[in-house]
Design a protein around this ligand. Structure first.
Ligand code: V47
Length: 369
């Protein structure tokens, strides 16, 4: 290993690489050095060392489907290709019965998780969402419900005058099992005001996740990158997540989300390259040393890029999805019909030399392939 490090001429980069290989935490400044000074081959070596320490040779996936109850939203995020106003012919708002019809389509499919998230509907309150959770649990008690981003939750709680703690306790009692990672975007206030003015603040996002963790509701965390932010904003975002994870240990996975430019008001911004995506996977894998899992969300990335991400620290490829999400297809994702069965997922993972492991929502292994 000493010989390998000797080939790195920049002393700051060499010291950063040494720390990573020795299992030491790197500082935010060292995170920036990795983004700006490290070549992709070095990043791949370092990220794979970290992923191997945490997950051996395993790459995880689950069997899941998504429900997007509505695309009507009080927010007007500039990166969003999906939001519509009430009354727009392209808007939708499913009733509890209509959502249950979707759930029932999977009655004979061995899915273990439903992921529910959508727009922040101005007229729906927490009792609507509780009724939905209860209906799903009554129909299929074993299905894990990962639902409602901190943005949707913030609105529900404010609307009904509940604290985050009380609101989460209530939803947990209705059947909520965990919280997805959406709505984090970039925590920096200046960037947030530019890309999603008026949206729930970073502090509130973090508060809701912290309260969830303390109540036994694990969650994920996302980062929307590749638009107007720079590396310092990405590192500051991950530093806040790393600090919260040190406190609670409640995050399951970190999910970098690449900004997709079609059909939204930020379309003039070019998308970053695949090489930049790989750089970002690797730095997040290395920096977030207390997150066990880094998820490459294949409906957004595309199959080939997902394969590549496994060499840059990703150890989770999300799930089978079953063609049930529109957030990315409407924003110009390569995957127009996001559906991959478990055979396709496992062969994608195997082709990169890893061992596929089907997991449940808490990363317990259901089956190794
Ligand atoms: O918060 C919206 C992003 C997120 C665009 O927890 C966009 O397992 C890129 O959070 N280009 C919602 N990104 C999706 C999400 C998610 C996805 C997969 C798994 C999990 C999980 C969570 O989608 C939003 C926003 O950051 N997004 N529009 C766009 N044009």
């Amino acid at each position: 290993m000493i010989t390998f490090l000797q080939h790195i001429s920049d002393p700051r980069l060499r010291e950063t690489a040494r720390k990573v290989l020795d299992g030491e935490r790197i500082t935010p400044e060292e995170g920036i050095i990795l983004y700006t000074e490290a070549g992709l081959p070095l990043l791949s070596v370092l990220a794979r060392a970290v992923r191997e320490r945490l997950n051996g040779n395993l790459v995880f996936f689950n069997r899941n489907f998504h429900i997007e109850p509505t695309n009507i939203c009080i927010n007007n995020c500039l990166f969003c290709s999906y939001r519509k106003s009430a009354g727009d012919p392209e808007s939708w708002q499913y009733s509890v019965n209509e959502i249950m019809e979707i759930v029932k389509r999977f009655d004979n499919v061995p899915v273990t998780e439903v992921h529910i998230t959508g727009g922040v509907h101005p007229k729906r309150d927490i009792s609507f969402y509780c009724e939905l959770l209860r209906a799903i649990k009554a129909h299929r008690p074993g299905l894990h419900i990962k639902a409602f981003s901190a943005i949707e939750l913030d609105f529900m709680f404010r609307h009904s005058g509940l604290t985050a703690e009380k609101g989460l306790e209530f939803l947990k009692d209705c059947g909520l099992d965990s919280i997805p990672g959406g709505g984090a975007e970039i925590f920096d206030t200046g960037i947030r005001n530019r890309i999603c003015p008026g949206k729930t603040s970073a502090e509130r996002w973090l508060e809701i996740h912290e309260k969830g963790h303390l109540l036994g509701l694990p969650s994920n965390a996302t980062m929307l990158y590749g638009h107007v932010e720079d590396y310092s904003h990405r590192i500051a975002h991950m530093e806040l997540l790393r600090q919260l994870q040190d406190k609670t240990g409640g995050f399951n996975a970190f999910i970098p989300l690449k900004f997709k430019r079609y059909n939204n008001p930020m379309s003039e911004i070019p998308e970053v390259s695949t090489l930049e995506d790989m750089r970002n996977y690797a730095v997040s894998r290395i920096f977030l040393d207390n997150f066990r899992h880094i998820k490459a969300y294949w409906p957004m990335l595309g199959r080939e890029q997902t394969r590549m991400s496994l060499s840059f620290g990703a150890d989770d490829v999300d799930g089978t999805i079953e063609d049930t999400t529109r957030i990315y297809s409407m924003a110009g994702a390569d995957e127009k019909n996001p559906v991959m069965n478990s055979e396709e997922l496992t062969s994608l993972i195997r082709r990169e030399g890893y061992t596929p492991a089907e997991r449940d929502s808490l990363y317990n292994i259901i089956r190794e392939y």
